[in-house]
Design a protein around this ligand. Structure first.
Ligand code: ADP
Ligand code: MG
Length: 278
């Protein structure tokens, strides 16, 4: 509980009348919802009728035992699920109210709006600059000056700029693990996504690097909707506004983190957070 907390949107984000929202100005972005989503890999059901409205502009931690469907839930959102040859999804996944699986969806554009960072940092074997410029180019940035500005902005947002500003042409693989992971976050941020998905981004990092990532998420959450999968319950309690507990492919509960970790409503959540399984 060391990071500062600010007020976030109420838990029920689905009730606002569209007409009222339209009258109030531009519709808020970064709204992700899964509605009755099930996912199968061949005959294995990995998600079972999951309905989850992700609180926008907040950090939501996704917790649960290994194999409960956390990674699948993230991959359902940006359609990475389709890369598994025998995967099948039913239900509806929405970004800002639109069905991301509807035929007109441009999948490449979707993945820029919904950035993803993986457990194993995976920078390209190129310079620090080029790693981030790749994301900026995807966003259609043309001139060199614009590209430079966007690279700097993304590196600043990923809290890496001060460490690399004098060595932007150095290879990305010369950075430490924690820096490489922040570089991957910068690369995901460069196209200015509305949503950032992180799949156990700190599980292979040391405590200092982990803390930097947590602080970074806390800063970013006012601008971007963040969903972070973590095995580390202390991390979920510390670094998230909300926590969702998945068990055996089902969403058991979603609540403000302080509440879920102190007075969970479901006995399965209590069993998990007190270490009785998982
Ligand atoms: P978690 O991230 O919570 O550990 P996953 O979403 O990776 O869980 O996996 C959920 C279930 O789906 C598990 O039973 C896992 O073995 C299975 N699974 C995940 N990916 C694949 C895949 N590409 N092919 C077949 N089964 C998969
Ligand atoms: Mg996983």
């Amino acid at each position: 509980m060391s990071a500062p907390r600010v007020a976030v949107a109420p838990l029920d984000v689905g009730g606002a009348a569209p007409a009222a929202a339209a009258a109030a100005g531009p519709v808020e972005t970064g709204r992700v919802a899964l509605r009755n989503v099930s996912v199968w890999y061949g005959g294995v059901r990995a998600l079972d009728d999951v309905t989850l409205e992700v609180p926008p502009r907040a950090v939501t931690a996704l917790i649960g035992p290994s194999g409960c469907g956390k990674t699948t839930a993230l991959r359902a959102i940006n359609r990475l699920i389709e890369l598994a040859p025998d995967a099948r999804l039913t239900g509806r996944v929405e970004l800002d109210g639109e069905d991301v699986y509807a035929p007109p969806t441009d999948v490449a554009a979707l993945r820029q709006r919904v950035g993803m960072v993986f457990q194993r940092w995976n920078p390209f074997r190129r310079s620090i600059y080029e790693n981030v410029a790749y994301g900026a180019r995807l966003a259609g940035v043309g001139t060199r000056a614009e590209l430079d500005a966007l690279v700097e902005l993304a590196l600043r947002r990923a809290a890496l700029w001060d460490e690399v500003r004098d060595r932007l042409r150095a290879g990305a693989l010369t950075l430490s693990g924690g820096q490489q992971q922040r570089l991957c976050i910068a690369r995901a941020l460069a196209p200015q996504p509305e949503v950032l998905l992180l799949d156990e981004p700190a599980s292979a990092l040391d405590p200092v690097a982990t803390q930097r990532i947590e602080e970074l998420l806390y800063e970013l959450r006012r601008e971007v909707t963040i969903v972070i999968v973590t095995h580390n319950l202390q991390q979920a309690a510390r670094a998230s506004d909300y926590t969702a507990f998945l068990y055996a492919g089902r969403l058991v509960e979603l609540d403000r983190s302080e509440r879920l970790f102190t007075s969970p409503r479901d006995p399965r959540t209590e069993a998990y957070i007190t270490g009785r399984y998982g």
